[in-house]
Write a protein that binds this ligand. Sequence first.
Ligand SMILES: Cc1cc2nc3c(=O)[nH]c(=O)nc-3n(C[C@H](O)[C@H](O)[C@H](O)COP(=O)(O)OP(=O)(O)OC[C@H]3O[C@@H](n4cnc5c(N)ncnc54)[C@H](O)[C@@H]3O)c2cc1C
Length: 657
Amino acid sequence: MGVITAITTAAKSALAIGGLKKLTFIPAMLATLAYFHYEVIDPESRPFNQKILREEYDFVIVGGGSAGSVMANRLSEVEGWNVLLLEAGGHETDISDVPLLSLYLHKSKLDWKYRTQPQDTACQAMIDKRCCWTKGKVLGGSSVLNTMLYIRGNRRDFDQWESFGNPGWGYRDVLPYFKKSEDQRNPYLAKDTRYHATGGYLTVQDAPYNTPLGAAFIQAGEEMGYDIHDVNGDKQTGYGWYQFTIRRGTRCSAAKAFLRPVRLRQNLHIALFSHVTKVLIEKQTRRAYGVEFIRDGRKQVVYAKREVILSAGSIASPQLLMLSGVGPAQHLEEVGIEVIHDSPGVGRNLQDHIAIGGLVFRVDYPVSLVMNRLVNINSALRYAVTEDGPLTSSIGLEVVAFINTKYANASDDWPDIEFMMTSASTPSDGGTQVKKAHGLTDEFYDEVFSSINNEDVFGIFPMMLRPKSRGFIKLRSKNPLHYPLLYHNYLTHPDDVGVLREGVKAAIAVAETKAMKRFGARFHSTPLPNCKHLPLYTDEYWDCLVRQYTMTIYHVSCTAKMGPASDPMAVVDPQLRVYGVEGLRVIDASIMPTITNGNINAPVIMIAEKGADMIKQTWLQGGYAKKRKRRSLPTCSKIQQLDLINKKNKTICSIQR
Ligand SMILES: Cc1cc2nc3c(=O)[nH]c(=O)nc-3n(C[C@H](O)[C@H](O)[C@H](O)COP(=O)(O)OP(=O)(O)OC[C@H]3O[C@@H](n4cnc5c(N)ncnc54)[C@H](O)[C@@H]3O)c2cc1C
């Protein structure tokens, strides 16, 4: 009976994901998974979706993503505190657990499906010249859609944050917080207790499955004179195997890591499908006292006795601040929002990592990941029974390299390019999901890649680590359900074009090593449609190329940056408290002053670990809050005056008392 239920659940999950009809093996895989594995994979079930909420909690956390999941766990460790986590999406699915299938989640129900405004500097090969900014709308947030790469960044990133006037954020301060959440499953890495730890909530392990290309990438690095080492350890420059937030072959999202184990805590409520539309801030005292949200089609309110914490991610957190009257005054007035606090930095300083898509290298042997060859019932059985095989591969990501272009000072060990080396690339699924996820036009894909659909290839994605270009986010209107306007501004700083160009050249050089030549590696040099007037392999050609298939690595961040009070663009202080408003913090990817030197999920989790400790210090050791008087709750009639009522439904007071 349990198995039947599990199969039904699995089938429902499959239906929840758009575009899966194309993969006919999925039902069989899910049935296999359900039969062999369902309860065994993770004995901890999904958390409850709390239907009846209290009217007031000590802490209200907005957004259950990478940061929000950590916050909910750590704050509810304090038995005397009641914590509410409000999440706009629902639960993750059995499909989102499968590492190989993460691209199938893009443009699905689990994705907010943001698209940037069209701009001429980048993403020219994409439909309407708009980049697709995939973001998780699900409990676990973007950690449910990400490629699970576990990279902490460079010690200099954090020392630089500290040097900007953020005491307590230097590398020596943050390292313990990286270790606090880590459960490192590689015994050799775990032995290095200076940098790694075991027993934390977040499982970090090596890839259960590698192709022969993985070892070849490592050999290519050696041949080029790089160290092969743990890039999360003492030194970053060099080559190494990727480490993943994978647990026994399946995704270890932040929800799985931090929420499932504590789902029985009585003092933690998790409300799904709850879209927060505003933070309630008392005008006179400028204190945040609750949030408005929409659930089941009804506007509701919930109050926060101590603090509201925005962990809605780098797009929604600044959006919510602005909707609540905290942001650039002129812009708020333009869209008709009453200004509570003029904070010019909200939505500004946007940083992201971009790489060059489409650097595809052909090989002569059947060694790479070709979707129609690997996705079959055998792989499904291997995944379900032995927790390995190609389905456990994170879309072919195997090896990472941190290298220096001529724009970086190599002696600093602060490299400016990360190679993401994959045993698959854009045409490996025959022009289906990758093309769709990246939003490539049919014309571009057909001209450049259709001739090598489903052939054996590998990819090297050079990712620029420290962009100088800055984007921004604006409100489209004061309607909280309207998506904000997103301006990437990629490659508007000339140095960024230079770094990426040098990254492309360095990637091409990797394919020339003996290690790669053994497989017959050669660059797929079909000229790009908009660049074919330029001679191949020239700087002019590369400069054109980088603006075509510009690939976000989905690290949008820094949109509500942390900084000292003397910095007018700082949105939060080094304790992550919003300037100008009491009782409100932002704790997620938005608060980074500058983007970290690598993939950012691990740093976001670190930020939340540290943020949770700061909150505990504030309240448990008697900070300002201890002396605060208990605020009396607005009555229903007061709520009406605050216009919190969904008049259409004639709801008088939607709070469940
Ligand atoms: C496709 C993809 C691949 C990536 N790959 C990697 C990788 O391999 N390694 C890596 O280190 N990083 C990767 N990243 C980046 C990393 O996952 C994110 O930067 C990180 O998860 C961000 O955490 P966050 O807490 O700031 O936001 P999120 O995890 O995005 O969480 C925000 C949460 O808030 C919710 N929310 C938003 N608005 C509201 C609202 N109004 N009301 C209620 N809830 C709301 C969202 O639904 C979401 O659950 C990837 C990201 C993506 C999208």
